[in-house]
Design a protein around this ligand. Structure first.
Ligand SMILES: Cc1cc2nc3c(=O)[nH]c(=O)nc-3n(C[C@H](O)[C@H](O)[C@H](O)COP(=O)(O)OP(=O)(O)OC[C@H]3O[C@@H](n4cnc5c(N)ncnc54)[C@H](O)[C@@H]3O)c2cc1C
Length: 435
């Protein structure tokens, strides 16, 4: 940690509020770090898997996340160093790679790196703070009780705290409890084939293939109803491509479903020859259905109001948003500030209800920003004469406005107003749905 001098803030409550975080993904780690920084006592972070592998492929973290992590005493240079170092990204025409727009990488994801590598750093930050991470601890039941909700692990062990933060991902078990109903995934109408590998020395040496393996770079090829994202990591030693295409098939939601390389070869027959070769030579890929959850009417449990969803469990993003992890970091900061601002443990329900009200509109904006980009990319060249010049504005990534936002400051500034609304809702006996 930039560690030596780092001190968390003193708790505004005596004794400090206690919290349990479910899920040790990037969102769960961020929640634990934020709560700890604000002086709340994180009893443990639980994850069902026994061990984390280097899972997933490229993921972006934006300046909005870095600013908060830095405030919480995290050495963000550790992340920046392992991220893609290209200064710019290029948006290209599907069939011939013609440059349509060039933008600084900071306009989108900030730093693109391997999810597993970033995750290792986040886990280390949690450990450095002395917060226990309990692996192989699957939560199988939530009891929405006051004054302390309880969770039951597969082993039968039960744990309670003043607040439970459920950061258990897109397939959240806590979410049906909060909603009081099942919410099945709905297809977004798109799927991704994605591959991440180390090109062989022969591939790197082949002049027809090596254009995008020489150094760190990020490129997007856009076409009708399809786009291909390519980036390298570690100076070109690792290679990642993600092909987003229309898909109305069934939706087995999985990060591990093998993809059909024959189908990839068919879809990329018309792709720019400068990138087609290496895509078509790829040995295997994953088939990742992009599933949506409709925006949720509530992120907080109905009875005690002490189980709060955070991250992908309540605001999953499309890949074109490049904000899934960053918005989870923002939500963590907002929740921690709301818990600071209440008068004691009996008011946790005010904090959680204020948190969802503060965060919902912002996460919707960030989600729809990604939808807008995908739609612009997939339609920009439809039926357009190959000789027509495309206005770069039409295809540019417009994420920069998201980065200057300080989720903690926003929560502090709006706290009094939102508290008043929440108190009024409790008095009236009706919490207004978020949507
Ligand atoms: C395997 C995997 C690969 C991914 N790959 C990419 C990628 O390549 N690019 C990208 O942009 N995003 C990827 N993501 C999504 C990205 O990590 C998230 O959008 C972002 O980090 C915010 O995630 P989160 O922490 O809310 O949820 P997640 O990252 O999904 O983490 C949820 C955690 O909760 C744990 N969990 C779930 N249920 C329980 C339970 N009942 N009890 C205890 N623990 C539980 C899971 O094991 C998991 O570790 C991936 C996610 C996963 C899980």
């Amino acid at each position: 940690m930039g560690s030596m001098g780092y001190q968390p803030m003193p708790s505004p409550h005596n004794p400090p509020l206690t919290a349990i975080v479910i899920g040790a993904g990037l969102g769960g780690c961020a929640a634990a770090i934020a709560l700890h920084h604000h002086g709340h006592k994180v009893l443990c972070v639980l994850d069902k898997v026994r061990e984390f592998g280097r899972l997933g492929d490229s993921l972006g973290l934006g300046q909005n996340a870095f600013n908060l992590l830095e405030k919480w005493g995290c050495e963000v240079d550790e992340i920046k160093r392992i991220g893609n170092q290209a200064p710019n990204m290029t948006i290209r025409r599907w069939q011939d790679g013609k440059e349509l727009a060039v933008q600084p990488l900071m306009d989108m994801a900030g730093y693109i790196g391997h999810r597993g590598d970033y995750h290792d750093v986040f886990l280390e930050w949690v450990r450095q703070r002395g917060i226990p991470i309990r692996m192989g601890s699957e939560v199988v039941q939530y009891e929405d009780r006051d004054p302390q909700p309880t969770i039951t692990l597969k082993s039968g062990e039960q744990l309670s705290a003043d607040i439970i933060v459920a950061v258990d991902g897109i397939k959240s078990l806590a979410r049906p409890l909060v909603l009081g109903m099942r919410d099945d995934p709905v297809s977004s109408g798109y799927a991704c084939f994605r591959a991440f590998f180390r090109p062989t020395p022969e591939q790197r040496a082949d002049p027809r293939l090596n254009k995008y393996m020489r150094e760190d770079c990020v490129n997007f090829w856009i076409g009708a109803d399809m786009h291909m994202v390519q980036n390298t990591l570690r100076g070109g030693e690792e290679f990642n491509w993600i092909l987003t295409h229309k898909d109305d098939g069934d939706v087995p939601e999985s990060w591990f479903q093998p993809g059909d390389m024959e189908e990839v070869r068919r879809l990329t027959e018309t792709l720019d020859p400068e990138i087609r070769g290496i895509v078509q030579q790829t040995e295997s890929c994953l088939d990742w259905k992009i599933c949506y959850r409709k925006p949720l009417p509530t992120w907080v449990s109905p009875n005690s109001h002490r189980i709060a969803l955070l991250g992908d469990s309540c605001h999953a993003h499309l890949p074109t948003s490049a904000q899934g992890a960053s918005q989870a970091v923002e939500s963590a900061g907002c929740l921690a500030v709301c818990l600071d601002s209440i008068n004691g443990p009996e008011e946790v329900r005010i904090a959680t209800r204020a948190y969802e009200k503060l965060r919902f509109p912002r996460t919707r904006q960030s989600q729809t920003n990604g939808e807008d980009l995908r739609n612009r990319w997939h339609s920009a060249l439809k039926g357009v004469d190959a000789n027509r010049e495309i206005d770069p504005e039409e295809v540019m990534i417009k994420n920069r406005w998201l980065y200057s936002f300080d989720a903690e400051e926003d929560a502090r500034q709006r706290w009094k107003d939102v508290r008043r609304v929440v108190e009024e809702e409790f008095r009236a006996g009706k919490i207004e749905p978020l949507c």
